[in-house]
Structures are given as C-alpha cells and as structure tokens.
Design a protein around this ligand. Structure first.
Ligand code: HEM
Length: 502
C-alpha cells in the first residue's frame, strides 16, 4: 500500500480526530471560564449577585435594562446583605457598593488606591490611552484636575454667570415661541442646546448660534457613539472573545474624534492670537495660561468637559420638567416663592432667597440621579475594605441610585417630596447620602457649575410658564438607561405666567 492510499484511508478518522480535538479544546475553554468565574478569591469576598456565573457571560445576561435597580433589589432583599455585591459582567470582575459608609472608605479615605478608572478597550480608545481628565490614571489626572478645579472657581472666569444668564434668556425666548404656537413642547432638544451652549461658552466662548451647527452636531454624535460604546450592556466591551466586533465601531469613533479634535485645535489657534493671561475670557484661556506647552492635553480637557457636560445637566432639567407636570402643587409652591422676589428675571444672586426651588432641584437629583452608577473606579493592588476583599483590577461601581433610595435614610424613597430638603438637618446631615455628583477628591469637577446652570434655567422657566402635560395624563417616570438615565419623551403644554399680577 502506498503512503498516499494509506492517507486516503485514514483521512476520515484524522478529520474526525481534529474535530474532536477542537471540540475538546472548546469544552476546556468553557470549563476554565466557568471555574474562573465561580471560584472565590477569598473568604472575605462580598456577597454574590448570582449563585452561578456563566462561562464568558458571567451575570451579564441577568442584568436588567436598569442594572442599578437590580443591584438595589439585593440591598432590599430579606437578609439585606447587598450593600457590597460581587459579580462578573462578562470578563470584568465587578463590585457594586451601595452603602454610604463603605463608599466613604473607598472613594474618600482610601482614594489613592481607588483613584483610577477601570481599564478596557473602549476607554483606552476614547481617553487617548488614559492621558485625560475623565479617565486618566492618578498621575495624568491630578495636574489636569488641579487646573480645571481652579478654573471653575468662579472669580477666575468673571463672565461665567453672565454667559449662563444670556443663554437662559435665549432658552426662555425659544420656549415662548412654542407657547405662542400652542404646540406641545418636547424639552429634550432645547434643554440640550441650552446646556451645550453654556458649556461651549464657558470652555471657549463659542455658541451653537455663532457657529457652524454641522461640527457641533458632529461632536454631539461622537459623544453619543462614545457613550454607547462604553456604556453598560454593550457585550463586545465586556466579553473578551467578542472584542473583534469592536473594530468597525473603533474606526468610526477614531475618525469622528479626529474631526472634533481638529475643530478644537482651530479654536486653540484663534485663542493664541489674542491671548491675554491677565484677562482670561474662558476656561481655555486659563488652561493655556497654566499649561501652554501641551496643546494635545488642552484639547483633551476641552473634549472631556464637552463629553461630561453636554448630556448630564440637560437630563436633570428634563427630569425636572417631568416632575413639574406630575406634581402641580410643587410647581405652584416654586412659582409662589419666585413671585415673592418681585422681579422678572432670576439670576444666581437669588439662590439663597429661594430655598424651596433649591430643595426641588435636590429632590430631582435624589430621585433620578442621572449617573446612577457613577463612573467606574479600579484598584491596582489587592485591598481589604471594611472586612471585604477586593482583588486588584476590579471594576468598582458606586450605586448612587441605591443610596438615594434606601428607606433607612430616605423615608418613602419612591415619593417625590422636596420638603425633605427643607429641614434644618438636611443641610448638615445629607452630606454622605445625597451624592448625585459622586464623592471624594475625584467627584464631579463641575458640580457647582451644573447646579448653577440648572438652577438659573429652571427658576426662569417656572417664573415665565405654567407647565402641564400635553396629553392631560401624568408623564411616565420610568428611566431609560445608558450610562445616564433619561425619561421617555413626553410633551409639555406651556402657558404664560404673569407672576407679578396673579
Ligand atoms: C447634573 C449634572 C451632573 C451630574 C449629576 C454629574 C455627575 C458626575 C458623576 C457622578 C461623576 C463621577 C465622579 C466619580 O468618579 O466619582 C462625574 C464626573 C465628572 N463630571 Fe459631572 N455631572 C454633572 C454635570 C457635569 C458638567 C456640566 C460637567 C462639565 C462641564 C461635568 C464634568 C465632569 C468631569 C470632567 C468628570 C470627571 C472628573 C474627574 O475624573 O476628575 N459634569 N460627574
């Protein structure tokens, strides 16, 4: 028998063996993934979210559309032991913290060990290899944070308040057009335009009106894509074997990012021409003044602020509108408070004289904290916190939603009740349990700016209009989640108020 005819004779067996061999490898691969995900790191592991973690997926398939609510259910479970939960989201070992005491330990007291964000494919791409403010590692982040924090101390940008006030006037004028047309007002577009304009004005003195809306739309689109790409629920991001599916999205994002950067680079070049360090016009001037040698980093800071600031405040304003139409008594109480001021335009100086309006804003941020799981954190070393073991490179999430909905701290947490912020103790005792902006040295860098821009817009809206539901029924307050939470679209009927006469 020749060698060739021998091969022909055994080839079906050989083919079979190769298939069997591949199948065996696959089974071993699945088994390894199963064992890895179900083994304990230590006796001190936090409570498990699921009894069994699936190979590759972990518990990702068990996460509902509103994961923070699923985690919160564990906190509220019979044994109430869900204040620190562990689970595998695909290939990411994750710990979700819902207890204010443990949150303080991690985010404040042991900040240095937990200062970085969780590293993954999309974040590496979006952050330019963690060299930015939003996702940078401690050493890249710290100097940028110092510059931006100092820029946000209001005295530095003297015209900051005026910029907000100017854009509020534009917002109210646009809403008056809707009111005159008697058409339902869908707040999303104008509220987003308002917050985007405020951020653009503060960062580099631009507005949507002055500029080519095309490039701004491009920026907004890029941010949407980035958020979608990095948000919870995108399987490719979590399950390593699905990574190749990211390649197409990766290329789209990279080219969109390049367009945004070149737009900002042009603005930088304009700024340099008449830059006066003694008279900073905007945050860009301040960053240029403090860090003139690194154009790329200046561009990244601008991108970070646009990314983090474009959707967040607008979403809070949209929730505010919803609660106003669903709770007309609360709306009238605000209107009465504003009426006492006897003016036709509210500015930031009026804030201390309108405690109820501020209480409503705080309650909106409590009941619907727009970043319910904050932004990820991670640790480079194994750590033990409050008796729990946290292995290195864990993805750590702060369940802001759960803290805000814990009946231990907030009686009837599902009830919208701004009066809870009108008590003496609310100003002092809520520090650790009202955390819409996160907590510790790496909390939201623009929390004051956000509160101011929302306050000035919503108070002027209620001063000018009575808001009711365009359908006559209350709006649905269920959240739609994708890193931030939004309500489903709802329409408002706007009626002009004349506060000085009624
Ligand atoms: C209602 C509005 C807002 C809310 C509820 C909010 C909430 C948050 C939260 C929860 C974080 C994560 C903090 C952490 O890691 O522990 C964050 C970070 C951040 N926010 Fe905001 N934010 C808001 C508006 C804004 C605005 C308007 C801007 C910019 C103009 C902004 C810029 C940032 C930046 C740059 C970070 C990253 C800070 C860092 O890593 O040092 N945010 N924000």
């Amino acid at each position: 028998m020749t060698f060739r005819s021998y091969l022909i004779m055994i080839s079906p067996m050989l083919g079979m063996n190769i298939i069997l061999f591949i199948l065996l490898l696959l089974v071993l691969f699945v088994l390894k993934s199963f064992v890895d995900k179900n083994k304990r790191f230590s006796k001190k592991d936090p409570k498990r979210f699921s009894k069994i973690e699936w190979p590759f997926l972990g518990s990702i398939h068990k996460i509902t559309k509103l994961p923070y609510r699923a985690y919160n259910d564990a906190v509220m479970s019979e044994d109430g032991d869900g204040k620190m939960l562990s689970l595998w989201l695909g290939d990411r070992y994750t710990i979700v913290v819902s207890d204010p005491v443990i949150i303080k330990e991690i985010w404040s007291k042991n900040f240095q060990s937990f200062s970085g964000r969780y590293k993954h494919e999309s974040a590496t791409l979006i952050s330019g290899n963690y060299n930015n403010l939003l996702s940078g590692d401690f050493h890249a982040w710290q100097p940028l944070r110092a510059i931006v924090s100092s820029a946000f101390t209001k005295s530095k940008i003297r015209s900051m308040n005026t910029k907000m006030e100017d854009h509020t006037v534009l917002l109210i004028e646009s809403m008056k057009e809707f009111q005159k047309s008697n058409q339902p007002f869908y707040p999303e577009r104008l509220f987003k335009k308002y917050t985007m304009n405020v951020v653009l004005a503060i960062i580099f003195s631009k507005t949507l009106e002055e500029n080519n809306d095309g490039i701004i739309n491009q920026i907004v689109m890029t941010f949407k894509n980035m958020l979608r790409m990095s948000s919870q629920g995108t399987m490719e991001n979590y399950v390593k074997i699905m990574k190749p599916l990211l390649i197409r999205k990766r290329n789209t994002i990279l080219s969109q990012l390049e367009i945004c950067k070149s737009y900002i680079r042009d603005i930088y070049n304009e700024h340099i021409v008449d830059f006066d360090p003694e008279n900073p016009r905007d945050l860009f001037d301040i960053v240029i003044g403090e860090n003139p040698e690194s154009v790329e980093r200046i561009i990244r800071v601008a991108l970070d602020l646009l990314l983090a600031g474009s959707d967040t405040s607008a979403a809070t304003m949209i929730w505010f509108g919803l609660y106003m139409i669903n709770y007309p008594d609360v709306q009238e109480k605000i209107a009465n408070e504003l009426k006492q001021l006897n003016i036709n335009k509210i500015n930031l100086m009026h804030k201390p004289n309108t405690p109820y309006t501020m209480a409503v804003l705080k309650e909106v941020l409590r009941i619907r904290p727009i970043a319910p799981l904050g932004l990820t954190r991670s640790n480079e070393e194994d750590m033990e916190i409050c008796g729990y073991f946290i292995p290195k490179r864990t993805q750590i999430l702060m369940n802001i939603f759960s803290v805000h909905h814990n009946p231990k701290y907030w009686p009837n947490p599902e009830e919208f009740n701004p009066d809870r912020f009108m008590t003496e103790e609310s100003t002092t005792n809520y520090h650790d349990i009202w955390i819409p902006f996160g907590t510790g040295p790496r909390n939201c860098v623009a929390s004051n700016l956000a509160i101011d821009e929302i306050y000035i817009a919503i108070s002027n809206i209620i001063l000018n209009f009575k808001l009711t539901s365009s359908t006559g029924s209350p709006a649905d307050d269920t959240e739609v989640y994708g890193t931030t939470i939004h309500p489903k679209p709802y329409g408002i009927h706007l009626e002009q108020r004349n506060l000085n006469n009624n």
